[in-house]
Design a protein around this ligand. Structure first.
Ligand SMILES: Nc1ncnc2c1ncn2[C@@H]1O[C@H](COP(=O)(O)OP(=O)(O)OP(=O)(O)O)[C@@H](O)[C@H]1O
Length: 252
């Protein structure tokens, strides 16, 4: 029998599933549409760098995904559901986690109290809460040593670690980080880079990383998108992000 004549269709090789898709999104503020038809895909458990010079629309795109800037047209699909009309709190409950630019912590609360706010919001208790806390301490051991300190007295890098830790305790499916290295000393940048690597390695969530520091993005992410004046001008595997592109679109 000639097996080459078999016509039965082979199953498709398994591809990375999409977790988040932004499709031809136009969005902005009042009459000024900043995003001019942006499309972007974030696969399950992968990290995507969102790059571009100041003012090109990176934060606006994040806010459109989060639901704090309305989508004028286009679709945003998360875990298979269209979310572009959903309020921000509902999107957060679906698993969109966010660490904004600057540090999102309560400066007057201790490190423990800061973490505990997230635990309470997530509703996790007992052994589950302990497990989640331990995984945050594994990523950022310094937090465990500083549980009684007020958030406001930590260094910038420690506050950033606390902000990421708080976001992780909410158990997001995607973690969106807006310039986590801004104003942070190099040794802590390495720790944050290691943490993103560890988060990815654990395979628990996807990441969108907005970053000016290109080496950090290269080390932390698998793919990239470059925005310019509200449009995606380049995208692909992170290995394709070459010096020419950096010079053309990213160098200040
Ligand atoms: N709340 C707002 N109302 C009106 N315009 C805004 C608002 N926020 C940002 N913009 C404008 O939208 C454009 C894109 O800004 P956005 O913050 O998204 O850029 P970015 O790429 O994140 O830059 P940066 O790295 O400086 O944060 C800019 O021209 C900015 O002035």
């Amino acid at each position: 029998m000639n097996t080459n004549t078999l016509t039965e269709k082979e199953p498709e090789p398994s591809k990375s599933e999409k977790l988040l898709s932004v499709d031809t999104v136009i969005a902005g503020y009042d009459e000024s549409m900043i995003l001019k038809g942006v499309s972007m895909e974030v696969p399950e458990k992968k990290a995507v760098a969102l790059l571009g010079r100041n003012g090109v629309g990176k934060t606006t795109l994040l806010n459109t995904i989060l639901g704090t800037v309305p989508t004028k047209s286009g679709t945003i699909t998360f875990t298979g559901e269209e979310i572009q009309k959903m309020p921000a709190d509902q999107r957060a409950r679906m698993g969109i986690g966010y660490v904004p630019q600057g540090r999102d912590i309560f400066p007057g609360l201790t490190v423990w109290e800061n973490l505990n706010v997230s635990l309470r919001v997530s509703g996790s208790r007992g052994i589950e809460a302990e497990k989640r806390l331990d995984s945050v301490y594994d990523l950022f051991p310094v937090l465990k040593d500083m549980l009684k300190r007020k958030g406001g007295v930590l260094s910038g890098g420690q506050q950033q670690q606390l902000a990421i830790g708080r976001a992780l305790l909410l158990n997001p499916k995607i973690l969106i980080l807006d310039e986590p290295t801004e104003g942070i000393q190099p040794s802590i940048i390495d720790q944050i880079e290691d943490a993103i690597y560890a988060i990815r390695k654990k395979g628990e969530m996807s990441v969108i990383l907005v970053e000016q520091y290109i080496d950090f993005a290269r080390n932390a992410c698998e793919s990239f998108y470059i925005l310019e004046r509200g449009s995606v001008v380049q995208s692909g595997d992170i290995s394709l992000l070459d010096d020419e592109m950096v010079e053309k679109y990213l160098t200040v």
